[in-house]
Design a binder for this molecule. Structure first.
Ligand SMILES: Nc1ncnc2c1ncn2[C@@H]1O[C@H](COP(=O)(O)OP(=O)(O)OP(=O)(O)O)[C@@H](O)[C@H]1O
Length: 324
């Protein structure tokens, strides 16, 4: 997608603020006492594709809603493109485009009207609007005058991205954009996101699909129970995943795990399947198989699984399930 140079003056960035988004000790306690954010701090570097991960209820939506002005923070601060969300909310809001989780449109408007209305809401004068250009970039120009209700699911998702781009924000936030979306459409959406990023947009996305975050994001923050439990480059996070798993089917029934195996964790599934979790930086699979043989066991079948972002995620959130 080629998004041409903006025809409206870009939001001037404050050069003393190198982060696209700067969040400091952000707290939110809802009425009724639920502490959704318990002092969250992190920076989204300019020009990054930043992943915000966390199990259901971790506080991701609360965070995004605070940034977009839908929810008031209890304390702490947030700056978007250098603008404090409370002291300079207008510029802070102009600096982000948010693609929400839910598809919500007035179905009686056409895509072109939808973008024009959105531009009007941002106070962009008609001569500065670039609705058709955005529709072309999202390959929706041939649907410009169709009823939105006649668009396919994928087209509606693209139109949502278009709505978030009308004011030419330097930062785009996508909240679970591929939840419930089929694989082909997901790939298409990520192609658009990559193109936008290549054109200079900082991208923040929340996703439950860890392999997606692994593939797309250069930096990832994981939140759990309202706290940041990891915030690092994706490669560094993955390097932390030392755990590897070896699954061995042995030749006879066991009533318990063989003693003193050189592993971090050993589990017996049924009577013959041993699941051994080990530190791959300290020991190899061959040594583990020898250890089983030394304990009088013959292995009939064996497989191993590499650690990935899911391991890091599960380890850090200790939830055992991603939920949703
Ligand atoms: N308006 C509200 N009033 C009270 N509690 C709320 C409100 N909104 C969210 N919560 C609670 O705050 C916590 C964080 O919710 P939040 O929606 O931010 O999580 P999330 O990480 O976005 O989850 P999901 O992935 O399900 O969207 C949850 O325990 C939730 O029940």
């Amino acid at each position: 997608m080629t998004i041409a140079a903006p025809k409206t003056p870009p939001v001037p960035a404050d050069p003393s603020q190198p982060a696209a988004i700067e969040i400091r000790d952000l707290r939110k306690t809802y009425k009724g006492g639920k502490e959704a954010l318990k002092g969250v701090s992190f920076d989204v570097p300019r020009g990054s594709i930043f992943g915000l991960l966390g199990p259901n209820g971790a506080g991701k939506s609360t965070l995004i809603n605070i940034l977009s002005g839908l929810v008031n923070k209890t304390s702490g601060s947030a700056r978007i493109w250098g603008f404090d969300i409370n002291k300079d909310p207008r510029n802070a809001k102009r600096s982000i485009g948010i693609v929400p989780q839910e598809i919500m449109f007035d179905v009686f408007f056409t895509p072109l009207e939808t973008l024009e209305l959105q531009a009007g809401m941002y106070g962009i004068a008609p001569e500065y609007r670039r609705s058709m250009e955005i529709l072309r970039a999202l390959r929706l120009d041939d649907k410009a005058n169709a009823y939105t209700r006649t668009l396919s699911g994928g087209m509606k998702r693209r139109l949502l991205i278009g709505k978030a781009l009308v004011h030419d924000p330097p930062i785009l936030i996508l909240d679970e954009p591929t939840a419930g979306v089929d694989i082909e459409l997901r790939q298409q959406l990520w192609t658009y996101v990559r193109e936008l990023h290549a054109a200079g947009t900082t991208v923040v996305l929340t996703t439950h699909y860890l392999e997606e975050a692994e593939e797309l994001c250069d930096r990832i923050a994981i939140i759990n129970h309202g706290e940041v439990v990891a915030n690092d480059e994706t490669g560094t996070l993955l390097a932390q995943a030392h755990e590897k798993r070896l699954i061995a089917i042995v030749d006879r029934d066991l009533s318990e795990v063989p003693p003193d195996l050189p592993v971090m964790k050993a589990e017996l599934v049924g009577t013959r399947e041993l699941v051994l979790t080990y530190d791959r930086s300290r020991i190899g699979a061959g040594r583990l198989l020898s250890a089983l043989s030394e304990r009088g066991l013959t292995v009939e079948d064996v497989s191993t699984r590499e650690a990935d972002l899911e391991d890091v995620f599960l380890h850090l959130t200790q939830s055992g399930a991603l939920g949703g």
